[in-house]
Write a protein that binds this ligand. Structure first.
Ligand code: HEM
Length: 491
């Protein structure tokens, strides 16, 4: 009798659970029918943003996708994105931590990946005191200028030797050094092809593994096996970076103990902030944050520069306008002045148009629902991944005339910008998880892009019509074929 009762209760329990699940499924947005176990895995190709954009056309602005055990709601329209990132921002601002990231010793403090909890709020507040602060960024303008001077020297040498330059690689080195100078007032890598110290390699490895499709993320049972060797690679790179950054912090602590002059950089600001908030923000937070900034910032900025230069090479009349505009802010020393570069309207439209057509992050870093939430007419349960397909929105003909053409002038006629209020154009996201690096990225991309164009003519190795414009999906949308060209110094 007891066994019968037990069996009956188990049956009733599972029946109710199933009923509840069906109830939730009924409330979720529609989506393509998937296969058992793998779900919609076969519907998603090597470029998920493109596959999802196609599927959304059929299933609607909010769509449910299941990959293994992970259910996601995908949005591909500005209205649905506004609902998620603005109206329901708080509930939708969680994050899923990829298995690769768990290789980072203190991943529960990593601003990029943790949910919007107390730690996250403290870190974002610390970033506000420095990274988004125009005045503080201005004070380090000299360091960024030095790096551009070094880059120009390298390009002059390449021009003299008639050597080809890999523009993406060069931009990556400059971007890494721009961040390291902003953080620690020092360069961490150089312009030669080999990677002195391994900093560049470690950052590149992490960008690659953190953005790679990992079967263990959708079948958590496989995590201990790490079948694609992703966590192991991430662990080695994280450990290396962690160690180097810890070394910089130790040096700085000694420097401060000896009461030597302050550097006034981000590390000084974060240490000050930590002294004022001992309970909430300690040296582990600082180390993890500094590692995160390299991963979040370097490739995004250099990738944007590489695409912008590619488009200008393809459009010589636009290149000529940029060059003329930049010439108006060259000082008597022949250098481009960073403070003035932010006001150049045409250069700014070229950067915006590059970000529209060649989005660095085609699907915003996945968000997650923190509790059940009503999105439009649907009810989405807690812990559902949310994918915002900003790539689809920035090419939607409903919002953009000739969306596949590179037309910077379109931004001269509109107020649309990337500050997160125009939902058809979200290269930096929107709402509380929006990128805090916009002011730094704006400076780095403008200054480096302008310097490439103003100081050099460039000779391509092939005809313009043969330029490969394909991209590869990862944490960022990279050029499939690196852009290489010969610099020719302009006297
Ligand atoms: C062109 C350059 C850049 C682009 C296109 C870009 C884009 C983005 C995007 C799309 C996100 C995710 C937003 C979301 O989840 O909704 C993000 C997050 C972030 N970015 Fe950037 N970014 C750039 C440069 C930088 C730089 C230079 C830094 C700092 C050095 C930086 C630091 C961060 C951080 C810390 C986050 C995580 C924010 C959080 O999760 O709370 N980014 N960025």
């Amino acid at each position: 009798m007891e066994v019968l009762l037990l069996t009956l209760s188990i049956f009733v329990f599972f029946f109710l659970l199933h009923g509840l699940d069906l109830y939730h499924q009924r409330q979720m947005p529609p989506g393509p029918k998937g296969l058992p176990i793998i779900g919609n895995l076969l519907d998603i190709g090597p470029k998920p943003h493109e596959s999802l954009a196609k599927l959304s056309k059929k299933h609607g602005p909010l769509m449910t996708i299941r990959l293994g055990s992970v259910t996601s709601v995908v949005t591909s329209t500005p209205d649905a994105a506004r609902e998620i990132l603005q109206r329901q921002d708080e509930v939708c601002s969680g994050r899923m931590i990829p298995d690769a990231v768990t290789a980072l010793e203190n991943h529960d403090k990593a601003v990029l990946w943790i949910s919007a909890n107390k730690d996250w709020r403290t870190i974002r507040k610390a970033l506000n005191t420095y990274l988004t602060h125009q005045h503080k960024l201005n004070t380090l303008g000299g360091l960024r200028q030095n790096m551009v001077d070094e880059m120009l020297e390298f390009l002059n040498q390449s021009a003299l030797k008639n050597e080809l330059v890999n523009i993406g690689n060069l931009a990556f080195v400059v971007a890494v050094n721009q961040i390291s100078n902003t953080c620690f007032s020092r360069n961490v890598t150089n312009y030669e092809s080999e990677d002195i110290g391994g900093f560049k390699t470690a950052v590149k490895t992490l960008m690659e593994v953190d953005g790679k499709f990992n079967v263990a993320d959708i079948f958590p049972i496989l995590k201990p096996l790490d079948p694609q060797n992703i966590r192991r690679q991430a662990k080695a790179a994280y450990a290396w970076l962690d160690n180097v950054v810890q070394g910089f912090i130790n040096e700085r602590l000694k420097h401060r103990e000896l009461k030597l002059p302050r550097f006034g950089d981000m590390l000084d600001s974060l240490l000050d902030y930590s002294e004022d908030n001992v309970e909430d923000f300690n040296l582990i937070h600082i180390k993890t944050l500094l590692v995160d900034l390299f991963i979040a910032g370097a490739e995004m900025s250099s990738n944007t520069i590489e695409w912008a230069i590619t488009e200008l090479f393809l459009n010589p009349d636009m290149l000529a306008i940029v060059r003329k505009e930049v010439s108006t802010i060259v000082g008597e020393d022949g250098k481009i002045q960073e403070v003035k570069i932010l006001d150049l309207p045409y250069l700014h439209t070229v950067i915006k148009e590059t970000m529209r057509l060649h989005l660095s992050v085609p699907l915003l870093a996945p968000h997650k629902t923190e509790k059940e939430v009503k999105l439009g007419e649907y009810i989405v349960p807690k812990s559902i991944q949310i994918l915002v397909n900003v790539w689809a929105m920035s090419r939607d003909p409903k919002y953009w005339e000739n969306p596949l053409s590179f037309m910077p002038e379109r931004f001269l006629k509109t107020e649309v910008d990337y500050k997160g209020q125009h939902f058809q154009f979200l290269p930096f996201g929107s709402g509380r998880r929006m990128c805090p690096g916009i002011p730094l990225a704006h400076r780095v991309v403008s200054l480096m892009g302008a310097s490439f164009i103003y100081h050099f003519d460039w000779k391509l190795t092939h005809a313009r019509e043969d330029m490969d414009m394909n991209d590869i999906f990862g944490l960022t949308l990279l050029r499939a074929t690196p852009l290489v060209a010969n610099p020719i110094s302009i006297e």
